[in-house]
Design a protein around this ligand. Structure first.
Ligand code: BGP
Length: 508
């Protein structure tokens, strides 16, 4: 019988789920909260995008002109991240539903502009600080450890418009002050912190990741964010420094707290056994590892020098930066893991900057989600081994999950066997990785309660075990429902990951 006594997972393994302020809170203009870039990430329906095939209107990266227009005429835009799922007012009920599955950990983020409305104000906003006090207290009351990201895709708008986001060292200083403020306030309440969500996403989306707002390129592409490698690597450096400064402050203020990084982990396979394809894998791996290498090892890795030299990229550093990076290394490593990628040789012997997280090349051995994301549980085991081999640091899975167009009934229920199978297969491979000797201390399913999509700002890409009655336009009662997967995850957690059977799910 598979029960907790046969589990390969550590006894106090942190099972749970992950969210982000900008995708759940709503209340974007209440109690002194300032605007953030995420308040300008429109949902653009497939209909609205008809005619733009191959060149879609951006969902989550606005150009300067679009942003200014949305500031003046918000009524012309559907901006779901302003609404979220109303966690701000309903967190008690929503957290209780999650705790009902036996969650040990709840990953969430603090909205920086709720604490400092402009990002750099002289004083923090007490109402914002008090809100998170209540959320953390509630988490503890329900037996869930909050694991808190300082900045998850929501740079304060003022810093984005006036300072170019993390292009400027002013934003680095403001971030350090913000981090220090929340470390002091929540000392003893928050044991696990993360600095930036998916820090490597600056390469594809500096608007979302780093608060960079660029003017319309007027070339018909709607996308000024392609290329710009000099800017993107400078921003990366600035965020590394900001992250390391936060780590140092966290250690000073609360020696009992642990602080990690967060990497969107890209595991790459060669398309063929051709050595050139494998060389491409090496190049692409380096673009990805670069981020966790700096944050976990505290120095720029050897392979970046040639890359920077040959691509004419020059990083401006301030005196003391390298020492800050050296001292401010993370205590643990976290990743989001959704899929693997196929690499084909691009014909260059020196890596060129790479800007795409998703390759067009299909893996014929894998099924894909309704959004086209390849589903690869074995890749999960592979990637965990690679990370542990590289850093020998404890790992927390800060995101893994399946977005699907659930057909909910009037009770918010759906027989989401596809989600159950995704979870089962990934936890099975996670257990294999643990048996391999990889030190993993927690697993957080992305979006355990339906929330607004980061990439497309839609709600109909549902990840939750708990459903929320709301649609892409904000219509609905916000009533919660429990999907079949809710009861599966509950059973899995109760057995500490030992019972993965899908046959005997009890709906209670
Ligand atoms: C990660 C982000 C999350 C999240 C998830 C799923 O990149 O850290 O915020 O939303 O991906 O992506 P999406 O919401 O686009 O389906």
């Amino acid at each position: 019988m598979a029960d907790a006594s046969t589990s390969v997972f550590p006894k106090d393994f942190l099972w749970g789920g992950a969210t982000a302020a900008n995708q759940i809170e709503g209340a974007f203009d209440e109690d002194g909260r300032g605007l953030a870039t995420s308040d300008f990430a429109p949902f653009i329906s497939r209909e609205a995008n008809r005619g733009y095939e191959g060149n879609p209107l951006p969902h989550n990266s606005m150009t300067l002109e679009m942003l200014q227009d949305a500031l003046e005429h918000p009524e012309n835009y559907n901006l779901p991240k302003r609404r979220g799922i109303d966690f701000y007012h309903r967190f008690r009920e929503q957290l209780e539903a999650l705790a009902g599955m036996g969650f040990k950990v709840f990953r969430m983020s603090i909205s920086w502009s709720r604490i400092f409305p402009n990002g750099d104000d002289a004083e923090p906003n007490e109402a914002g600080l008090a809100f998170y006090d209540q959320v953390f207290d509630e988490c503890h009351r329900l037996g869930m450890e909050p694991l808190v990201t300082l900045c998850h895709f929501d740079t304060p708008l003022h810093l984005a418009l006036e300072y170019g986001g993390f292009q400027s060292r002013h934003t680095v200083d403001a971030f350090e002050r913000y981090a220090e403020t929340v470390f002091r306030r929540y000392k003893g309440k928050v044991k696990y912190w993360l600095t930036f969500n998916e820090i490597n996403n600056v390469l594809t989306n500096p608007f979302t990741c780093s608060g960079v707002v660029l003017p319309d390129p007027h070339d018909g592409t709607h996308n000024p964010y392609k290329g710009n490698w000099q800017m993107k690597y400078q921003v990366s450096h600035n965020q590394f420094v900001a992250s390391a400064k936060a780590v140092i402050k966290c250690h000073e203020i609360d020696p009992n707290a642990k602080i990690g990084n967060m990497l969107c982990r890209l595991e790459n396979y060669a398309e063929t056994p051709k050595p050139e394809d494998q060389l491409q894998v090496l190049f692409e791996d380096h673009f990805n590892w670069f981020y966790s290498d700096v944050q976990a090892k505290g120095e720029y890795p050897y392979y970046m020098k040639r890359f920077f030299d040959e691509n004419d990229i020059h990083i401006e550093m301030e005196p003391g930066d390298l020492e800050t990076l050296r001292v401010g290394t993370v205590d643990f490593v976290t990743i989001s893991y959704y899929m693997t990628y196929i690499m084909r040789y691009k014909g260059e012997t020196v890596p060129k900057p790479s800007g795409s997280l998703v390759t067009a090349i299909k893996n014929p051995y894998l099924k894909v989600s309704q959004w086209g994301w390849p589903i690869d549980p074995i890749g999960f085991r592979i990637t965990l081994n690679h990370i542990y081999d590289r850093y020998h640091l404890p790992i927390f899975i800060s995101e893994n999950g399946l977005g699907a167009n659930d057909q909910l009934d009037e009770n918010g229920y759906v027989e989401d066997d596809y989600r159950i199978e995704y979870l089962r297969a990934h936890v099975e491979q996670l257990a294999e990785a643990i048996k391999d000797g990889v030190d993993v201390f927690g697993y957080a399913w992305w979006g355990p309660i339906d929330l607004v999509s980061s990439g497309t700002s839609e709600i109909s890409k549902r990840y939750g075990f708990v459903s929320v009655d709301i649609d892409d336009y904000g219509n609905g009662t916000l009533k919660l429902g429990r999907k079949k997967s809710y009861y599966y995850y509950k059973k899995l957690i109760a057995s500490n990951g030992a019972d993965l059977s899908t046959d005997d799910i009890v709906m209670e």
